[in-house]
Design a protein around this ligand. Structure first.
Ligand code: BDR
Ligand code: CA
Length: 323
């Protein structure tokens, strides 16, 4: 019995590795891939997803192009991080596969309706998801899990001091998704840092697997590796989307989680896109009422605080060992 997955992605270098993991997971069937504007344009993201599918011999999976910009804001790309092509400036040859006809938001709605109980994994800004739940709120109860790579539970941002790229890029859409009732499991970007990043020896191990996906992973993440070093001084391959995909494939990879009311800051210039987590349940405390009236009074998100690093890396290696 396979589990149906639907993946929404702004396909750049770490997204591509997450796609490989899902395609290689023995009990997962990827029903569709929907592309959103984010790291790169929607056209480039679509192309990168098709390149990745081709590498894995999975050209039969439909790839739909979606929102080409955030709901209200100007798009801001992460080419400085992932390279001009989003793929570490590898400029892979034009893929044979073509984008599927139709818009990603329609494809999301139709695919969820056709596969009740589906797992939705989001690896980019939540523009497509915000639009889908606004247009068809009836899809919400049909999603069994919605694993979101986004936000920062530990309040250390990677694009601003307070915010992570995917949420910051389209905070209004993120707010719509977080308030929609989707069963969100938030995998913040910090979970790919420190001991979860691949060391030089671990990168050598990946290279020694000597498969096309293993070489592809290291090559297309070359500029991401450099960008992390410039940003934080860490000589470590940090892979946020693959970490999120690992928890989607095996929820027990998330070693510590708890449920909270989580909302997205949309007004402030300083903290735009911050994932505000009510860890102490201030919203539920009547004594707080004179000071603060939150919009969200109930826990709406499962926040992952810690992952099983050894098992995440093991899962990555297993996925990359298959040619
Ligand atoms: C997220 O932003 C993108 O650069 C990555 O693909 C990941 O989805 C990390 O903040
Ligand atoms: Ca991404």
């Amino acid at each position: 019995m396979t589990r149906p997955f639907l993946i929404d992605t702004d396909t750049a270098s770490d997204d591509a590795v997450a796609l490989i993991m899902a395609l290689r997971a023995p009990d997962v069937e990827v029903k569709a891939i929907t592309i959103v504007s984010g790291n790169v344009t929607v056209e480039q993201g679509t192309r990168n997803a098709l390149v990745t599918l081709e590498l894995c011999g999975a050209g039969h999976i439909p790839v739909y192009a979606g929102a080409d910009r955030p709901l209200l804001r100007e798009p801001e790309r992460a080419e400085w991080f992932h390279g001009a092509d989003g793929m570490g400036n590898q400029y892979y040859p034009e893929p044979q596969g073509k984008v599927a006809p139709g818009h990603a938001v329609d494809a999301l709605i139709e695919t969820i309706k056709a596969n009740p109980g589906i797992t939705l994994v989001t690896l980019g800004p939540l523009t497509n998801i915000g639009l889908a739940v606004a247009r068809a709120p009836e899809i919400v109860p049909l999603v069994s899990r919605c694993v979101v790579m986004g936000g920062t539970a530990w309040a250390v941002g990677n694009v601003t001091p307070a915010a992570e790229f995917n949420i910051w890029q389209d905070p209004e859409a993120a707010r719509m998704a977080f308030r929609s009732g989707l069963p969100i499991e938030m995998v913040g970007w910090e979970l790919c840092r420190f001991d979860a990043g691949l060391t030089l020896a671990e990168m050598d191990h990946v290279r020694s697997l000597n498969t096309r996906p293993a070489h592809f992973t290291l090559d297309c993440n070359r500029s991401a590796l450099e960008a992390v070093f410039v940003q934080s001084g860490a000589l470590s391959l940090e892979l946020p989307d693959p970490v999120a995909m690992a928890t989607a494939i095996d929820p027990s990879i998330c070693a510590r989680k708890s449920r909270h009311a989580v909302d997205i800051e949309t007004q402030s210039e300083l903290t735009r896109g911050m994932t505000v987590i009510d860890q102490l349940d201030n919203a539920g405390d009547e004594r707080n009422r004179p000071h603060w009236r939150p919009v969200l009074e109930r826990a709406n998100v499962t926040v992952c605080w810690e992952i099983d690093v050894l098992r995440w890396k093991q899962m990555l290696y297993e996925a990359l060992a298959v040619d």
